[in-house]
Design a protein around this ligand. Structure first.
Ligand SMILES: Nc1ncnc2c1ncn2[C@@H]1O[C@H](COP(=O)(O)OP(=O)(O)O)[C@@H](O)[C@H]1O
Ligand SMILES: [Mg+2]
Length: 285
């Protein structure tokens, strides 16, 4: 601990602004700090810049490193509502074998968000490119300009014509996610879509909870995503029937390539470690 504090006082990776220090209190336990230093030593992150967001489960920071500008999403281990994660991870066939402790669920969640980002990117959707992950920290491409994140769809001023354009893009992204990546976002709303105004492009974020189509609740999650999008766009005069939207999302097109699960994807999915996992869980109890 002493060593970490010494490094910190040299200001190597920490910017001393008050919002940061406040956030730091509940985010950075010792292992998290050590991991940040590991990333810094590899040059993946330089000095951590300002806090971009403090959410229910994670804090997001801006940083610049040798991979360019990145967003560092740090899941809090001790002060997050991690129980809410259960339905999205324990029933995802990729993650049914993980241990159920708070820490293991959060680590698996971080890995899941990384893997989902990979699949989503490969299916031709604009979303942050994942850079790396370990334990409770995910590093990904920063979606913004000059250190400021793109505004959310919710905070974007648009006329009806712009809205129609983004609506169609979002439905097409949901289709690609479904048909090509075999994923349902499961928390899609005007909060988890950013807008790159210059390119007039919707950017999909926050995909930790996204599940594969063989998750038992995938259908309900998709229905909820559709209702959120419908509700948001209603005020712009868009009122497509749910049945029609669902048809559009499930429609296969000739140009589609189906994304095979990444070899890394199966690490938590093979069942190979089932015996060990069971044994360790028993020991913990
Ligand atoms: N890759 C990114 N680039 C830029 N900003 C981001 C990025 N990821 C997240 N953010 C910002 O942080 C906020 C919270 O991130 P999000 O992934 O939605 O986490 P939460 O689970 O807390 O909602 C977003 O609304 C956005 O403003
Ligand atoms: Mg979010």
């Amino acid at each position: 601990m002493k060593k970490i504090e010494d490094q910190r006082s040299k200001g190597r990776i920490f910017k001393k602004d008050s919002s940061f220090l406040k956030a730091e209190e509940n985010v950075f336990d010792v292992p998290t700090l050590k991991l940040l230093y590991t990333f810094a030593n590899k040059g993946i992150i330089g000095e951590l810049g300002g806090s971009v967001s403090t959410g229910k489960e994670a804090n997001v920071f801006y940083a610049a490193g040798n991979e360019g500008e990145v967003a560092v999403k740090i899941y809090r281990i001790h002060s997050s509502t991690f129980k809410a994660m259960d339905p999205y991870i324990l029933k995802d066939p990729r993650f049914t074998h993980i241990r159920h402790s708070r820490k293991d669920i959060i680590f698996a969640w971080t890995q899941k968000e990384y893997q989902n980002l990979l699949r989503i990117n490969r299916s031709g959707i604009r979303a942050p490119r994942p850079v790396t992950f370990d334990r409770n920290i995910l590093v990904m491409e920063f979606m913004g300009k000059n250190g400021t994140a793109y505004p959310s769809l919710k905070d974007t001023k648009m006329d009806d014509e712009d809205a129609r354009l983004f609506y169609d893009q979002i439905i097409e992204n949901m289709r690609r996610m479904y048909v090509r990546a075999s994923l349902v976002h499961a928390d899609l709303s005007e909060y988890n879509i950013l807008i790159d105004i210059e390119k007039a492009e919707a950017v999909i974020i926050d995909v930790g909870q996204a599940v594969t189509l063989n998750h038992p609740n995938a259908r309900d999650f998709l229905a909820r995503d559709i209702e959120n999008i419908k509700r948001f766009f209603k005020k712009y005069g868009i009122n497509e029937e749910t049945k029609m939207i669902l048809e559009r999302i499930k429609q296969k097109k000739e140009e589609d390539t189906i994304i095979e699960p990444d070899p890394e994807d199966s690490a938590a999915d093979t069942g190979e470690n089932e015996e060990t996992n069971k044994k360790e869980t028993e020991e913990e109890e």
